[in-house]
Each structure stands twice: as C-alpha cells, then as structure tokens.
Design a binder for this molecule. Structure first.
Ligand SMILES: Cc1cc2nc3c(=O)[nH]c(=O)nc-3n(C[C@H](O)[C@H](O)[C@H](O)COP(=O)(O)OP(=O)(O)OC[C@H]3O[C@@H](n4cnc5c(N)ncnc54)[C@H](O)[C@@H]3O)c2cc1C
Length: 322
C-alpha cells in the first residue's frame, strides 16, 4: 500500500527532535484511513503506535519496529461540529488529529469558555485526551463529554462517556490500551462574554511564558508531580523527615520541578540533554541529544530523588521503542 512508507525518521515529528526510524509510517486524515492502516497492521502482524503532535513522547534512538500512524489535520474537512447542549452549554465534536490550539481559537472566537487554560499546550486533541493534559489546576477531563475510538484488534468503533475514559492525573484508559485509537471527542463549553474569555486567555498565556520560554526542544514536564495519595507515599513520615516538603502539605501533589531543583540537578547536562534552568521538570534537547542521553539524565534524576525521599518518579512522557 503506497500510503504506508518504510523506514521513516521520527525525530522531525516530535517536539524533542529525537527518535530513530519507524519501520512503517502512515498519515491518517480520516476514520477510514485509520481503519485501513490498522487492518494492514493486523494482516502484517505489525505493532501500531499512534502519534499526534509528538509533544509528549520520547522515541528511542532505535526507533519503532512497527507501524506509526500519525493523525493529521485534514485540509478540506469541517473539523469542528458545534451543537447546542442543555441550558447555555454548547458541544463541539472534534477530529482527534486537530490541534488543541485550533479548538481553543475557534471556541473563544464565538464566545465559548472551557479550554482557555490550555492555551500554549502543543499537540492534538487525541494527545490531550489520552494524557488528560492539564494546567493551572484544570484538566482536559473537565470538558470531555464523549470519546469515539477505534479498537484496532477488531476494527470496531467504541463510544466512551466521560467516566468510561477513566481519566486521572495525566492519564486515561487510552494511555495504556495500545489497541485504542481516539478518533474524535465531544467537548462541552459555556457561553460567556467574549471579552472576558479573551482576557483570561491572555492572562494564562502570560503566566505560561513567564514560567518557561518558548522555542526549546522538549516534551513538557518529563515526570508527573508526586501525588500524596500514591499508595507508596507516607505523607506524615515524609513531612516529618523533610521540612522542605511542608509547603506542599495542603496541596494535592508535590512539585517534581521543586524536588529536582532541591537535589541540585537544575541545569545538569549529559551530552546535549539538560535539565532546564527555568523549569527543572523540563528536560531539554539543547542540540543533537540522543534518546539515550535523555534517558541517562532522567535516570540520574530518578536515582537522586529515590535516594533522598524513597519514592520513584513516574514519567509523564510516553517512552516509545525502549
Ligand atoms: C513546551 C511544552 C509545554 C507543555 N505544557 C503542557 C502542559 O501545560 N500540560 C500538559 O498536560 N502537557 C503539556 N505538554 C505536553 C504535551 O503537549 C501534551 O501532553 C499534549 O496533550 C500531547 O499531545 P500530542 O498530540 O503531542 O501527543 P503525542 O505526544 O503525539 O502522544 C502522547 C501520547 O498520546 C497518545 N496519542 C496521541 N494521539 C492519540 C490518539 N488519537 N489516540 C490514542 N492515543 C493517542 C500517544 O500514543 C502517546 O501515548 C507540553 C509540551 C511542551 C513541548
């Protein structure tokens, strides 16, 4: 099938600018194409990995030994379907390959509030739903009504309501189900004065640029913040032994950026991989970093945190092909 290319370098498809080749690679602009590629993968006994904007993945230097399906924005496709919900609610159905930034722009332009907090998060709707992207204490799950996904095992389309998505902190049922490809999602918005929404949008955008400069090669926060509710976390003991954690005692999570800074790793470099000076939970590719260098640096961070606090950091970025 000529839509499926062989040996395609993946680094240009990621914001890290890192990653080896995909054995097979195809770009899908419609449900039919996603189905077609999954069918091909099944017949050729090939593993599938679905890629959105590539802004939350670290792909190994060895690449991926299967088919990468990249969801694209179709050029001649009406991507946003608006329809009325109860009271002053509006629903918007969006193709998973559309960029989150476009959904925000389209909705703010017509006076709909709900996703302004996500301004500046790169990536697609599929990626945001899969990882339950969030910022400023808000998350994608707050706005998702339903999700439509293709089950690649049997090529059937499944509907998920919000609770069926099993959303939790930076995760959902889709993050660990390799057979499910999100095709579209319905988001709910509320009507509000356009000027008030725009004001809030600018405010969020300002806060974001203050905490991290644009244009660097990275994948956002490398690790999840540490939830006090994790089963392996003994809050009282940690607060007793480590006074620096007291500032997080009335918050739901400990900031991982703070921990990395506290153990002295801000600015630490291994080859071209570096811990950001601005935001210690961002690992940067400062030149031509290899995935291996990023992994060595993240390993060093995990070791240092573990030896001080006794818990392991969990990756927020999806590791592919390791
Ligand atoms: C500068 C910068 C700032 C960031 N700030 C934030 C932030 O504030 N908050 C935040 O949460 N994240 C942030 N991120 C991380 C990232 O942008 C988000 O997680 C984003 O939602 C990922 O979307 P994506 O399309 O790029 O996903 P990808 O990186 O392409 O994929 C991520 C995961 O989603 C899966 N996936 C993608 N599309 C689909 C689909 N259609 N069906 C099933 N699975 C799918 C992939 O298989 C993979 O497991 C930031 C990243 C950068 C580079």
């Amino acid at each position: 099938m000529n839509k499926i290319q062989k040996n395609v370098l993946l680094s240009p498809y990621t914001t890290f600018g890192i990653g080896g080749t995909a054995k097979y690679f195809a770009e899908a602009r419609s449900v039919e194409e996603v189905k077609e590629f999954c069918d091909w993968a099944k017949k050729n006994d090939s593993q599938v990995f679905v890629l959105g904007g590539g802004s939350n993945v670290l792909i190994s230097d060895k690449g991926f030994e299967g088919l990468v399906i990249k969801l694209k924005e179709p050029e001649d496709f009406d991507k946003f379907h608006f329809y009325a919900g109860p009271r002053n609610t509006k629903f918007v159905k969006v193709w998973a390959g559309s960029f989150l930034s476009k959904l925000i722009a389209e909705t703010v332009a017509v006076g709909l509030t709900g996703l302004e907090w996500a301004v500046g998060i790169p990536g697609t709707i599929g990626g945001a739903v899969c990882g339950n992207a969030g910022a400023f204490g808000l998350e994608t799950a707050n706005s998702v009504q339903t999700v439509e996904a293709l089950d690649c095992d049997n090529l059937t389309i499944k509907q998920f309501n919000n609770s069926g998505c099993d959303f939790c902190y930076r995760s959902s049922v889709f993050k660990y189900s390799d057979n499910l490809i999100i095709l579209s999602a319905v988001f709910s918005f509320k009507k509000e004065d356009k000027k008030d929404i725009q004001k809030r949008l600018i405010d969020y955008a300002k806060q974001r640029t203050q905490s991290f400069g644009a244009g660097q090669k990275c994948a956002g926060c490398f690790f999840k913040n540490v939830n006090w509710k994790r089963k392996d976390i003994n809050k009282n003991k940690l607060l007793e032994n480590f006074p620096e954690l007291k500032q997080f005692s009335d918050k739901p999570k400990i900031s991982t950026g703070f921990l990395i800074d506290f153990v002295g790793l801000k600015g630490k470099k291994i080859g071209d991989a570096a811990v950001s000076d601005e935001h210690a939970n961002f690992i940067l590719n400062t030149g031509n970093a290899k995935a291996e260098e990023i992994m060595m640096l993240s390993g060093l961070i995990k070791d240092k945190i573990y030896s001080r606090y006794g818990f392991l950091l969990e990756e927020e970025v999806k590791l592919v092909g390791f």
